[in-house]
Ligand binder design. Sequence first.
Ligand code: 4AD
Ligand code: MG
Length: 461
Amino acid sequence: MERIKVCELLNKEAGIEVQVKGWVRTKRGNKNITFVALNDGSIVNNIQIVFDMNNFTEEQLKDVTTGACICVEGSLVASVGSGQKVEIHAGSLLVYGTASPDTYPLQKKGHSLEFLREIGHLRPRTNTFGCVLRIRHAMAFAIHKFFNDKGFFYLHTPLITASDAEGAGAMFQVTTLDLNNVPKSADGKVDYSNDFFGKATNLTVSGQLEGELGALALGQIYTFGPTFRAENSNTPRHLSEFWMIEPEMAFYEIKDNMDLAEEFIKYLVQYALDNCADDLKFLNDMFDKELIERLHGVVETQFVRLPYTEGVEILMKSGQKFEYPVSWGTDLQSEHERYLVEKHFKKPVILTDYPKDIKAFYMKQNDDGRTVRAMDVLFPKIGEIIGGSQREESLEKLENRIKELNMGTESLWWYIDTRRFGSAPHSGFGLGFERLLLFVTGMANIRDVIPFPRSPKNAEF
Ligand code: 4AD
Ligand code: MG
Protein backbone atom coordinates (compact mmCIF):
# COMPACT_ATOMS: atom_id res chain seq x y z
CA MET A 1 0.00 0.00 0.00
CA GLU A 2 1.20 3.52 -0.71
CA ARG A 3 1.54 6.14 1.97
CA ILE A 4 -0.93 9.04 1.85
CA LYS A 5 -0.02 12.38 3.41
CA VAL A 6 -2.28 13.72 6.14
CA CYS A 7 -3.04 16.87 4.16
CA GLU A 8 -4.57 14.68 1.44
CA LEU A 9 -6.18 12.18 3.79
CA LEU A 10 -8.21 14.82 5.56
CA ASN A 11 -9.95 15.65 2.27
CA LYS A 12 -10.68 12.06 1.25
CA GLU A 13 -14.05 10.39 1.51
CA ALA A 14 -14.48 7.57 4.01
CA GLY A 15 -14.56 3.96 2.84
CA ILE A 16 -11.01 3.33 1.61
CA GLU A 17 -7.99 1.52 3.00
CA VAL A 18 -5.05 3.83 3.72
CA GLN A 19 -1.49 3.87 4.97
CA VAL A 20 -0.21 6.83 6.98
CA LYS A 21 3.21 7.59 8.48
CA GLY A 22 4.11 10.27 10.97
CA TRP A 23 4.94 11.32 14.52
CA VAL A 24 2.66 10.78 17.49
CA ARG A 25 1.43 13.99 19.05
CA THR A 26 -0.82 12.55 21.76
CA LYS A 27 -2.18 9.22 22.92
CA ARG A 28 -5.17 8.78 25.20
CA GLY A 29 -7.92 6.25 25.85
CA ASN A 30 -8.91 3.37 28.11
CA LYS A 31 -8.66 -0.39 28.10
CA ASN A 32 -11.18 -0.71 25.27
CA ILE A 33 -10.01 1.95 22.90
CA THR A 34 -6.92 4.10 22.21
CA PHE A 35 -6.85 7.38 20.30
CA VAL A 36 -3.65 8.60 18.71
CA ALA A 37 -3.23 12.02 17.09
CA LEU A 38 -0.69 11.69 14.29
CA ASN A 39 1.09 14.51 12.46
CA ASP A 40 3.28 14.12 9.41
CA GLY A 41 4.26 17.75 8.85
CA SER A 42 2.26 18.14 5.66
CA ILE A 43 -0.39 20.23 7.45
CA VAL A 44 -0.93 21.65 10.92
CA ASN A 45 -3.87 19.33 11.57
CA ASN A 46 -3.48 15.78 12.87
CA ILE A 47 -5.23 12.64 11.74
CA GLN A 48 -6.93 10.70 14.51
CA ILE A 49 -6.16 7.01 14.64
CA VAL A 50 -8.42 4.70 16.62
CA PHE A 51 -7.08 1.43 17.99
CA ASP A 52 -9.78 -1.06 19.04
CA MET A 53 -8.13 -2.85 21.98
CA ASN A 54 -9.89 -6.07 21.01
CA ASN A 55 -7.46 -6.19 18.09
CA PHE A 56 -4.30 -4.80 19.75
CA THR A 57 -2.51 -5.61 23.00
CA GLU A 58 -1.17 -3.05 25.50
CA GLU A 59 2.26 -4.49 24.74
CA GLN A 60 1.89 -3.70 21.02
CA LEU A 61 0.96 -0.10 21.80
CA LYS A 62 3.46 0.57 24.57
CA ASP A 63 5.96 2.24 22.26
CA VAL A 64 3.31 4.47 20.73
CA THR A 65 4.14 7.50 22.84
CA THR A 66 4.40 11.22 22.15
CA GLY A 67 7.19 11.80 19.64
CA ALA A 68 7.42 8.22 18.35
CA CYS A 69 7.35 7.62 14.61
CA ILE A 70 4.84 5.08 13.37
CA CYS A 71 3.23 3.62 10.28
CA VAL A 72 -0.43 2.62 10.42
CA GLU A 73 -2.63 0.89 7.88
CA GLY A 74 -6.36 0.82 8.32
CA SER A 75 -9.69 2.00 7.02
CA LEU A 76 -10.71 5.59 6.66
CA VAL A 77 -14.07 6.13 8.33
CA ALA A 78 -16.32 9.09 8.98
CA SER A 79 -15.44 10.66 12.30
CA VAL A 80 -17.89 11.89 14.89
CA GLY A 81 -15.72 13.27 17.62
CA SER A 82 -12.29 14.15 16.28
CA GLY A 83 -13.07 17.57 14.86
CA GLN A 84 -12.16 16.24 11.43
CA LYS A 85 -14.30 14.71 8.73
CA VAL A 86 -12.48 11.37 8.85
CA GLU A 87 -10.35 9.17 11.09
CA ILE A 88 -8.46 5.91 10.66
CA HIS A 89 -9.49 2.67 12.30
CA ALA A 90 -6.18 0.89 12.65
CA GLY A 91 -5.64 -2.57 11.18
CA SER A 92 -1.85 -2.82 11.56
CA LEU A 93 0.90 -0.88 13.28
CA LEU A 94 4.65 -0.55 12.78
CA VAL A 95 6.82 1.51 15.11
CA TYR A 96 9.75 3.04 13.22
CA GLY A 97 11.32 4.95 16.09
CA THR A 98 10.50 5.20 19.75
CA ALA A 99 10.71 8.36 21.89
CA SER A 100 11.08 7.64 25.57
CA PRO A 101 8.59 9.58 27.72
CA ASP A 102 11.39 9.99 30.26
CA THR A 103 13.71 11.87 27.92
CA TYR A 104 11.80 13.20 24.87
CA PRO A 105 11.70 16.97 25.52
CA LEU A 106 8.43 17.76 23.71
CA GLN A 107 6.05 15.96 26.03
CA LYS A 108 3.42 18.60 26.54
CA LYS A 109 2.05 21.46 24.51
CA GLY A 110 2.75 25.11 25.18
CA HIS A 111 6.53 25.16 25.61
CA SER A 112 7.94 28.69 25.58
CA LEU A 113 9.63 29.91 22.40
CA GLU A 114 12.78 30.52 24.45
CA PHE A 115 12.85 26.87 25.54
CA LEU A 116 12.23 25.71 21.98
CA ARG A 117 15.21 27.77 20.78
CA GLU A 118 17.36 25.60 23.05
CA ILE A 119 16.12 22.47 21.32
CA GLY A 120 16.30 23.84 17.81
CA HIS A 121 16.87 20.34 16.44
CA LEU A 122 13.41 19.23 17.58
CA ARG A 123 11.37 22.40 17.40
CA PRO A 124 10.33 21.81 13.75
CA ARG A 125 8.11 19.07 15.21
CA THR A 126 5.93 21.55 17.06
CA ASN A 127 2.79 23.00 15.53
CA THR A 128 4.18 26.52 15.73
CA PHE A 129 7.38 25.78 13.81
CA GLY A 130 5.58 23.55 11.37
CA CYS A 131 3.37 26.52 10.52
CA VAL A 132 6.28 28.94 10.30
CA LEU A 133 8.36 26.64 8.11
CA ARG A 134 5.51 25.87 5.74
CA ILE A 135 4.81 29.60 5.39
CA ARG A 136 8.53 30.22 4.83
CA HIS A 137 8.47 27.72 1.99
CA ALA A 138 5.34 29.27 0.47
CA MET A 139 6.87 32.75 0.57
CA ALA A 140 10.07 31.57 -1.11
CA PHE A 141 8.02 29.95 -3.85
CA ALA A 142 5.86 33.06 -4.26
CA ILE A 143 8.96 35.24 -4.60
CA HIS A 144 10.21 33.20 -7.53
CA LYS A 145 6.73 33.15 -9.04
CA PHE A 146 6.31 36.92 -8.74
CA PHE A 147 9.55 37.69 -10.53
CA ASN A 148 9.30 34.90 -13.06
CA ASP A 149 5.82 36.08 -14.07
CA LYS A 150 7.25 39.57 -14.61
CA GLY A 151 10.11 38.34 -16.80
CA PHE A 152 12.88 38.89 -14.23
CA PHE A 153 15.86 36.51 -14.30
CA TYR A 154 17.15 34.81 -11.16
CA LEU A 155 20.83 35.70 -10.91
CA HIS A 156 23.15 33.80 -8.58
CA THR A 157 25.59 36.18 -7.01
CA PRO A 158 28.65 34.95 -5.12
CA LEU A 159 28.68 34.28 -1.40
CA ILE A 160 32.44 34.72 -1.20
CA THR A 161 33.48 38.15 -2.39
CA ALA A 162 36.26 40.68 -2.10
CA SER A 163 33.92 43.68 -1.85
CA ASP A 164 31.87 45.31 0.88
CA ALA A 165 28.68 46.46 -0.78
CA GLU A 166 27.20 48.32 2.15
CA GLY A 167 30.40 49.78 3.54
CA ALA A 168 29.18 48.89 6.99
CA GLY A 169 32.40 47.05 7.76
CA ALA A 170 30.68 44.21 9.55
CA MET A 171 31.94 41.26 7.54
CA PHE A 172 32.93 37.68 8.21
CA GLN A 173 36.38 37.03 6.77
CA VAL A 174 37.03 33.98 4.62
CA THR A 175 40.54 32.64 4.82
CA THR A 176 42.62 29.47 4.71
CA LEU A 177 45.57 31.16 6.41
CA ASP A 178 46.79 29.48 9.59
CA LEU A 179 45.28 31.68 12.29
CA ASN A 180 47.96 30.54 14.72
CA ASN A 181 50.67 31.77 12.42
CA VAL A 182 49.37 34.59 10.26
CA PRO A 183 51.87 35.79 7.63
CA LYS A 184 52.64 39.50 7.86
CA SER A 185 54.26 41.83 5.37
CA ALA A 186 56.97 44.36 6.24
CA ASP A 187 54.45 47.02 7.29
CA GLY A 188 52.98 44.63 9.85
CA LYS A 189 49.74 44.05 7.97
CA VAL A 190 48.39 40.60 7.14
CA ASP A 191 49.93 39.27 3.93
CA TYR A 192 47.09 37.74 1.95
CA SER A 193 49.19 36.83 -1.07
CA ASN A 194 49.39 33.21 0.08
CA ASP A 195 45.77 33.08 1.13
CA PHE A 196 43.43 30.88 -0.92
CA PHE A 197 42.27 33.66 -3.24
CA GLY A 198 45.48 35.65 -3.02
CA LYS A 199 43.61 38.55 -1.41
CA ALA A 200 41.35 39.35 1.51
CA THR A 201 37.86 37.95 1.04
CA ASN A 202 34.67 37.86 3.06
CA LEU A 203 31.16 36.44 3.07
CA THR A 204 28.83 38.70 1.15
CA VAL A 205 26.69 41.30 2.94
CA SER A 206 24.58 41.83 -0.18
CA GLY A 207 24.41 40.59 -3.77
CA GLN A 208 23.57 44.03 -5.07
CA LEU A 209 26.81 45.10 -6.72
CA GLU A 210 26.98 41.90 -8.76
CA GLY A 211 23.22 42.17 -9.26
CA GLU A 212 23.76 45.53 -10.97
CA LEU A 213 26.10 43.85 -13.43
CA GLY A 214 23.29 41.46 -14.29
CA ALA A 215 20.63 44.19 -14.59
CA LEU A 216 22.82 46.18 -16.96
CA ALA A 217 22.92 43.17 -19.25
CA LEU A 218 19.68 41.23 -18.78
CA GLY A 219 17.47 44.22 -17.95
CA GLN A 220 15.74 42.91 -14.84
CA ILE A 221 17.18 40.41 -12.41
CA TYR A 222 16.71 39.34 -8.82
CA THR A 223 18.91 37.56 -6.35
CA PHE A 224 17.63 35.44 -3.49
CA GLY A 225 20.22 33.97 -1.20
CA PRO A 226 21.90 34.08 2.18
CA THR A 227 23.82 37.16 3.31
CA PHE A 228 26.11 37.52 6.28
CA ARG A 229 26.66 40.39 8.67
CA ALA A 230 28.98 40.31 11.63
CA GLU A 231 27.41 43.28 13.40
CA ASN A 232 26.98 42.64 17.08
CA SER A 233 23.26 43.39 17.10
CA ASN A 234 21.53 41.18 19.58
CA THR A 235 18.01 42.30 18.73
CA PRO A 236 14.79 40.47 17.82
CA ARG A 237 15.17 41.83 14.26
CA HIS A 238 18.81 41.00 13.42
CA LEU A 239 20.46 37.77 12.33
CA SER A 240 24.11 37.20 11.43
CA GLU A 241 23.01 35.02 8.52
CA PHE A 242 19.81 36.07 6.83
CA TRP A 243 18.25 35.70 3.41
CA MET A 244 17.71 38.64 1.15
CA ILE A 245 15.81 39.17 -2.09
CA GLU A 246 17.39 41.86 -4.26
CA PRO A 247 15.73 42.85 -7.52
CA GLU A 248 17.70 45.21 -9.76
CA MET A 249 16.15 46.90 -12.78
CA ALA A 250 17.64 48.84 -15.66
CA PHE A 251 15.65 51.94 -16.65
CA TYR A 252 13.77 52.12 -13.32
CA GLU A 253 13.71 55.47 -11.55
CA ILE A 254 13.03 55.73 -7.84
CA LYS A 255 9.25 55.95 -8.33
CA ASP A 256 9.21 52.74 -10.39
CA ASN A 257 11.31 51.16 -7.66
CA MET A 258 8.78 52.15 -4.99
CA ASP A 259 5.89 50.91 -7.10
CA LEU A 260 7.57 47.55 -7.53
CA ALA A 261 8.42 47.23 -3.83
CA GLU A 262 4.85 47.99 -2.81
CA GLU A 263 3.37 45.62 -5.37
CA PHE A 264 5.85 42.90 -4.37
CA ILE A 265 5.06 42.95 -0.65
CA LYS A 266 1.33 43.09 -1.25
CA TYR A 267 1.59 40.14 -3.63
CA LEU A 268 3.46 38.08 -1.04
CA VAL A 269 1.05 38.89 1.76
CA GLN A 270 -1.92 38.09 -0.47
CA TYR A 271 -0.24 34.84 -1.50
CA ALA A 272 0.08 33.86 2.15
CA LEU A 273 -3.57 34.70 2.81
CA ASP A 274 -4.63 32.62 -0.19
CA ASN A 275 -2.32 29.63 0.29
CA CYS A 276 -1.44 29.35 3.98
CA ALA A 277 -4.86 29.78 5.58
CA ASP A 278 -4.59 26.87 8.07
CA ASP A 279 -1.14 27.87 9.26
CA LEU A 280 -2.04 31.56 9.55
CA LYS A 281 -5.17 30.71 11.50
CA PHE A 282 -3.14 28.64 13.95
CA LEU A 283 -0.61 31.44 14.49
CA ASN A 284 -3.39 34.01 14.72
CA ASP A 285 -5.21 32.01 17.41
CA MET A 286 -2.11 31.06 19.39
CA PHE A 287 0.09 34.16 19.30
CA ASP A 288 -1.37 37.23 17.71
CA LYS A 289 -5.11 37.74 17.48
CA GLU A 290 -4.73 40.63 15.05
CA LEU A 291 -2.40 38.89 12.62
CA ILE A 292 -4.82 38.07 9.81
CA GLU A 293 -6.50 41.45 10.14
CA ARG A 294 -3.10 43.17 9.88
CA LEU A 295 -2.24 41.17 6.76
CA HIS A 296 -5.49 42.18 5.10
CA GLY A 297 -4.82 45.78 6.15
CA VAL A 298 -1.50 45.88 4.31
CA VAL A 299 -2.92 44.44 1.12
CA GLU A 300 -5.71 46.98 1.10
CA THR A 301 -3.89 50.22 2.00
CA GLN A 302 -1.75 52.48 -0.08
CA PHE A 303 1.66 52.97 1.50
CA VAL A 304 2.58 56.52 2.53
CA ARG A 305 5.50 58.01 0.57
CA LEU A 306 7.43 60.67 2.40
CA PRO A 307 10.86 62.35 2.22
CA TYR A 308 13.16 61.67 5.19
CA THR A 309 13.26 65.40 5.95
CA GLU A 310 9.50 65.52 6.50
CA GLY A 311 9.63 62.31 8.50
CA VAL A 312 12.20 63.81 10.84
CA GLU A 313 10.07 66.95 11.24
CA ILE A 314 7.10 64.81 12.28
CA LEU A 315 9.27 62.95 14.80
CA MET A 316 10.74 66.14 16.24
CA LYS A 317 7.30 67.72 16.65
CA SER A 318 5.75 64.54 18.04
CA GLY A 319 6.48 65.28 21.68
CA GLN A 320 7.32 61.60 21.99
CA LYS A 321 10.27 60.70 24.21
CA PHE A 322 12.64 58.49 22.23
CA GLU A 323 15.57 56.54 23.63
CA TYR A 324 17.69 57.91 20.78
CA PRO A 325 17.11 61.62 20.08
CA VAL A 326 16.34 62.44 16.48
CA SER A 327 17.40 65.38 14.30
CA TRP A 328 18.14 65.93 10.61
CA GLY A 329 21.12 63.80 9.70
CA THR A 330 20.66 61.04 12.27
CA ASP A 331 20.02 57.49 11.17
CA LEU A 332 16.53 56.44 12.19
CA GLN A 333 16.21 53.80 14.88
CA SER A 334 13.49 51.22 14.85
CA GLU A 335 11.60 53.20 17.55
CA HIS A 336 11.43 56.20 15.16
CA GLU A 337 10.39 54.08 12.21
CA ARG A 338 7.69 52.38 14.24
CA TYR A 339 6.39 55.70 15.58
CA LEU A 340 5.82 56.93 12.04
CA VAL A 341 4.18 53.68 10.94
CA GLU A 342 2.21 52.64 14.02
CA LYS A 343 1.32 55.92 15.72
CA HIS A 344 1.42 58.70 13.16
CA PHE A 345 0.30 57.26 9.80
CA LYS A 346 -1.01 53.89 10.96
CA LYS A 347 0.09 52.31 7.70
CA PRO A 348 3.32 51.28 5.95
CA VAL A 349 5.58 54.18 5.01
CA ILE A 350 8.19 54.49 2.27
CA LEU A 351 10.74 57.05 3.39
CA THR A 352 12.88 58.58 0.63
CA ASP A 353 15.74 61.01 0.03
CA TYR A 354 17.90 60.30 3.08
CA PRO A 355 21.02 62.31 3.96
CA LYS A 356 23.86 60.95 1.86
CA ASP A 357 26.14 60.52 4.87
CA ILE A 358 24.00 57.82 6.43
CA LYS A 359 23.57 55.84 3.21
CA ALA A 360 25.78 53.71 0.97
CA PHE A 361 28.14 55.09 -1.69
CA TYR A 362 26.20 53.79 -4.69
CA MET A 363 22.99 55.77 -4.18
CA LYS A 364 22.04 58.39 -6.75
CA GLN A 365 22.87 61.87 -5.52
CA ASN A 366 20.11 64.47 -5.51
CA ASP A 367 20.67 67.98 -6.86
CA ASP A 368 20.55 69.47 -3.35
CA GLY A 369 24.02 68.00 -2.73
CA ARG A 370 23.08 66.57 0.64
CA THR A 371 20.52 63.82 0.05
CA VAL A 372 20.42 60.65 -2.02
CA ARG A 373 17.61 58.86 -3.79
CA ALA A 374 17.21 56.16 -1.14
CA MET A 375 14.00 54.43 -0.15
CA ASP A 376 13.31 52.43 2.99
CA VAL A 377 10.00 50.66 3.39
CA LEU A 378 8.90 50.76 7.02
CA PHE A 379 6.39 48.28 8.44
CA PRO A 380 4.29 47.95 11.58
CA LYS A 381 5.98 45.82 14.30
CA ILE A 382 9.15 45.52 12.19
CA GLY A 383 10.51 48.92 11.23
CA GLU A 384 12.67 48.67 8.10
CA ILE A 385 11.65 45.72 5.95
CA ILE A 386 13.13 46.93 2.64
CA GLY A 387 16.12 49.14 1.88
CA GLY A 388 16.83 50.32 -1.65
CA SER A 389 17.59 53.21 -3.96
CA GLN A 390 18.07 54.53 -7.42
CA ARG A 391 21.76 54.00 -8.24
CA GLU A 392 24.27 56.65 -9.20
CA GLU A 393 24.78 56.13 -12.94
CA SER A 394 27.24 58.99 -13.52
CA LEU A 395 30.85 57.78 -13.66
CA GLU A 396 32.17 61.09 -12.38
CA LYS A 397 29.81 61.40 -9.43
CA LEU A 398 30.28 57.76 -8.44
CA GLU A 399 34.07 57.99 -8.54
CA ASN A 400 34.04 61.20 -6.55
CA ARG A 401 31.84 59.67 -3.88
CA ILE A 402 34.05 56.58 -3.61
CA LYS A 403 37.09 58.84 -3.19
CA GLU A 404 35.28 61.05 -0.64
CA LEU A 405 34.62 57.95 1.42
CA ASN A 406 38.22 56.70 1.05
CA MET A 407 36.94 53.41 -0.27
CA GLY A 408 39.65 52.88 -2.90
CA THR A 409 38.53 52.50 -6.49
CA GLU A 410 40.92 49.57 -7.22
CA SER A 411 38.83 46.81 -5.72
CA LEU A 412 35.65 48.21 -7.28
CA TRP A 413 37.06 48.66 -10.81
CA TRP A 414 34.60 46.17 -12.28
CA TYR A 415 31.64 47.96 -10.69
CA ILE A 416 32.82 51.35 -11.88
CA ASP A 417 33.29 49.95 -15.38
CA THR A 418 29.51 49.60 -15.75
CA ARG A 419 29.30 53.41 -15.58
CA ARG A 420 32.07 53.66 -18.15
CA PHE A 421 30.43 51.34 -20.68
CA GLY A 422 26.76 51.75 -21.50
CA SER A 423 25.68 53.15 -18.15
CA ALA A 424 21.93 53.49 -17.63
CA PRO A 425 19.55 54.76 -15.00
CA HIS A 426 18.71 51.83 -12.74
CA SER A 427 17.31 51.00 -9.34
CA GLY A 428 16.83 48.15 -6.94
CA PHE A 429 16.08 47.15 -3.39
CA GLY A 430 16.64 44.44 -0.81
CA LEU A 431 13.86 42.73 1.12
CA GLY A 432 14.97 40.96 4.28
CA PHE A 433 13.32 37.55 3.95
CA GLU A 434 13.11 36.95 7.70
CA ARG A 435 11.75 40.45 8.32
CA LEU A 436 9.01 39.65 5.81
CA LEU A 437 8.36 36.40 7.66
CA LEU A 438 8.17 38.23 10.99
CA PHE A 439 5.41 40.30 9.50
CA VAL A 440 3.55 37.46 7.80
CA THR A 441 3.71 35.00 10.70
CA GLY A 442 3.31 37.56 13.49
CA MET A 443 6.24 36.00 15.35
CA ALA A 444 8.07 38.50 17.55
CA ASN A 445 11.65 37.21 17.34
CA ILE A 446 13.55 36.79 14.07
CA ARG A 447 15.23 33.66 15.48
CA ASP A 448 11.85 31.96 15.31
CA VAL A 449 11.30 32.40 11.56
CA ILE A 450 14.50 30.72 10.30
CA PRO A 451 15.14 27.02 10.89
CA PHE A 452 18.69 27.38 12.19
CA PRO A 453 19.38 30.93 13.39
CA ARG A 454 22.85 32.43 13.53
CA SER A 455 23.37 35.27 15.97
CA PRO A 456 26.23 36.47 18.16
CA LYS A 457 27.54 33.53 20.25
CA ASN A 458 25.01 31.21 18.71
CA ALA A 459 25.87 28.78 15.93
CA GLU A 460 24.65 25.34 17.05
CA PHE A 461 24.27 22.55 14.46
O1 4AD B 1 19.15 48.03 3.98
P1 4AD B 1 20.12 46.95 3.60
O2 4AD B 1 21.42 46.90 4.31
O3 4AD B 1 20.30 47.11 2.03
C1 4AD B 1 21.14 46.41 1.24
O4 4AD B 1 21.84 45.50 1.59
C2 4AD B 1 21.06 46.82 -0.21
N1 4AD B 1 22.25 46.31 -0.89
C3 4AD B 1 19.79 46.30 -0.80
C4 4AD B 1 19.64 46.69 -2.25
O5 4AD B 1 19.39 47.84 -2.54
N2 4AD B 1 19.78 45.75 -3.15
O6 4AD B 1 19.42 45.53 3.78
C5 4AD B 1 18.21 45.25 3.11
C6 4AD B 1 17.23 44.57 4.04
C7 4AD B 1 16.82 45.43 5.23
O7 4AD B 1 15.81 46.33 4.87
C8 4AD B 1 16.33 44.36 6.19
O8 4AD B 1 15.03 43.95 5.87
C9 4AD B 1 17.27 43.21 5.92
O9 4AD B 1 17.80 43.41 4.62
N3 4AD B 1 18.37 43.15 6.88
C10 4AD B 1 18.46 42.23 7.86
N4 4AD B 1 17.65 41.23 8.21
C11 4AD B 1 18.02 40.46 9.26
N5 4AD B 1 19.16 40.63 9.96
C12 4AD B 1 20.01 41.63 9.64
N6 4AD B 1 21.16 41.77 10.32
C13 4AD B 1 19.67 42.49 8.54
N7 4AD B 1 20.28 43.55 7.96
C14 4AD B 1 19.47 43.93 6.94
MG1 MG C 1 18.95 49.54 5.29
